[in-house]
Design a binder for this molecule. Structure first.
Ligand SMILES: Nc1ncnc2c1ncn2[C@@H]1O[C@H](COP(=O)(O)OP(=O)(O)OP(=O)(O)O)[C@@H](O)[C@H]1O
Ligand SMILES: [Mg+2]
Length: 323
């Protein structure tokens, strides 16, 4: 949708799209990757590529930026985005690839197919994809995107240049959110920025969404607003809960947990993630930290496997308190 369309419908523009970098060099925090990609673009000679990494760090953004740089105004005709988990089966992917590869070409000798969530394909489907990649390698370059490259079969990995995107550094998140807040005329406190950086944990999408959601009220965005709107526990509250358990006061630790889950409505899985991120900030000796991590791993696994979150978290606190 063009910007004009959006203002016509009067909808609040989504900042994620508004501030999505258009050029490779505007992608922040991924300098090494950007440089490598830029050199492919400069030579106008793409290989198949595999982008691996966590959510919200610039994989889709970089793929679109490559297309914009290569094709300019015509990028949309030369760039097909497919989502492996939407497309029912590899046959659909193959058909769409075929018709895209066959339609008449402008000035370029190849087009780009961006296949998101490639790790959602079964290994049989990936084998079929590999054949499709070869069949059309004359006029199509694939950019596959996934969270875990270990889920991609070797024959595909070996045909791709692999780019490993990392979680974005805190400074990159801070800089970008400050820039957006400035540009939107949003007042945000330093602790508000710090909270956004914490909530994001390297994920720029989470930071920008959090900022936009917190800004809706129109008042100054501070720590309070960010934690509330993103349903994130304050790091101090998590620390207090763990400290109580470590001191052997299970009842108080449990009360604190209950407050987070019930009063603040925080998901158990998020409590575990936050615990995991904070372990090294709790001022524990190495042995205690290692034990705690071990239990966090166990609890995380059980919750992911479907066990009751509250029971698992209480069991975690109980075992910490018993030590
Ligand atoms: N490195 C970055 N520099 C600047 N903005 C970024 C960066 N990464 C992400 N963003 C912002 O976050 C949004 C989401 O990024 P993007 O779609 O590239 O994520 P992704 O890595 O493809 O994640 P997913 O695995 O969830 O698909 C973008 O619209 C952009 O506004
Ligand atoms: Mg993406």
């Amino acid at each position: 949708m063009s910007e004009a369309d959006q203002s016509e419908t009067g909808r609040e523009e989504i900042w994620l799209e508004k501030y999505r970098p258009q050029r490779l060099y505007d992608v922040v925090g991924q300098e090494t990757i950007v440089e490598r990609l830029q050199s492919y673009v400069d030579r106008d000679d793409l290989s198949h590529m595999l982008f691996a990494g966590p959510a919200g760090v610039g994989k889709t953004t970089s793929a679109v930026a490559i297309a914009r740089e290569l094709y300019g105004e015509e990028w949309e005709e030369n760039f097909l985005e497919l989502n492996a988990s939407d497309e029912r089966g590899i046959d659909v992917v193959r058909d769409r690839v075929k018709s895209f590869a066959r339609t008449s070409f402008g000035g370029h000798n190849y087009r780009i197919i961006f296949l998101d969530e490639a790790d959602a394909l079964t290994s049989d489907a990936q084998s079929a994809l590999r054949r499709t990649m070869e069949q059309f390698s004359n006029n199509v370059r694939f950019i596959l995107s996934c969270n875990y490259s270990s889920q991609i079969i070797d024959p595909i990995q070996s045909r791709c240049a692999v780019f490993r995107f990392s979680p974005l550094p805190d400074e990159a998140i801070e800089e970008q959110t400050r820039k957006i807040a400035d540009n939107e005329g949003i007042e945000i406190t330093d602790d508000g920025i710090e909270a956004l950086v914490y909530v994001a944990g390297g994920d720029m999408r989470a930071a920008i969404n959090g900022l936009q959601a917190a800004a809706v009220t129109g008042s100054t965005v501070d720590e309070e607003a960010v934690f509330e709107i993103t349903s994130t526990a304050r790091p101090e509250d998590i620390e207090e809960m763990v400290t109580l358990a470590l001191d052997g006061d299970f009842t108080a630790a449990r009360t604190q947990l209950d407050r987070l889950l019930t009063d603040e409505g925080i998901a158990g899985g998020d409590v575990i993630d936050q615990l995991h991120r904070s372990v090294w900030e709790f001022d524990l000796d190495d042995e205690a930290a290692v034990k705690l991590l071990d239990r966090i791993g166990e609890t995380d696994y059980r919750i992911t496997a479907g066990a009751n979150e509250r029971i698992q978290l209480e069991a975690l606190l109980a075992s910490v308190a018993l030590d």
